[in-house]
Design a protein. Structure first.
Length: 183
């Protein structure tokens, strides 16, 4: 079975206004993001994830480090999972980049088991469309979460391949608890 978890990095420190969000390395994680990453590690471990690929941006790399330290899941940097740079990269090129890396990882997942792909909101949105999500559904999701993203920081979509009808089943499986829910 081919199953890929599409993971958004945990909450970055947006108080650091002098650090551009979409230029490497980007902002680091916030203290909230550190906590979200720990919960994310527990979730991915419980799902049986055997490997995680992550974007080279600071917020993604730190999220991956925490996941690996807490869960033992091996993590590998993958440059193609980087944030979308609207200034330098057209949307169709970013979508193509993400589809190519997804295809590579999907082939690997078919052999080794569930794999997670840790990236950013916009690149994940491109993937969701490529995997069959309707544009109207994506538009609704982008209104629900921060920054017009299809999932919150440290959120996880699962993409499971169904061989019989040659489609990807997409489910939003994990969103981190808010402080109100924790207390």
């Amino acid at each position: 079975m081919t199953k890929i978890y599409l993971v958004r990095h945990a909450s970055p420190d947006l108080t650091l206004k002098h650090i551009p969000y979409d230029i490497h390395p980007g902002p680091p994680l916030s203290p909230k993001g550190e906590t979200e990453s720990q919960a994310l590690a527990e979730f991915l471990k419980a799902q049986g994830v055997v490997k995680l690929y992550y974007s080279p941006f600071a917020r993604s790399a730190r999220t991956a480090q925490i996941i690996s330290a807490r869960s033992g899941i091996p993590c590998v940097e993958e440059k193609r999972l980087a944030e979308w740079r609207k200034v330098d990269e057209k949307g169709d090129k970013a979508a193509e980049r993400m589809s190519l890396v997804f295809d590579d990882i999907a082939r690997e997942s078919a052999v080794i088991g569930p794999v997670a792909l840790l990236s950013h909101g916009a690149p994940i949105a491109f993937l969701l469309l490529a995997l069959g999500m309707e544009k109207d559904t994506l538009s609704v999701l982008k209104k629900k979460f921060d920054g017009s993203n299809p999932l919150p920081p440290a959120g996880v979509w699962a993409a499971e391949w169904h061989e019989e009808d040659k489609t990807w089943d997409l489910k939003l499986l994990f969103t981190p608890a808010t402080e109100e829910e924790v207390h």
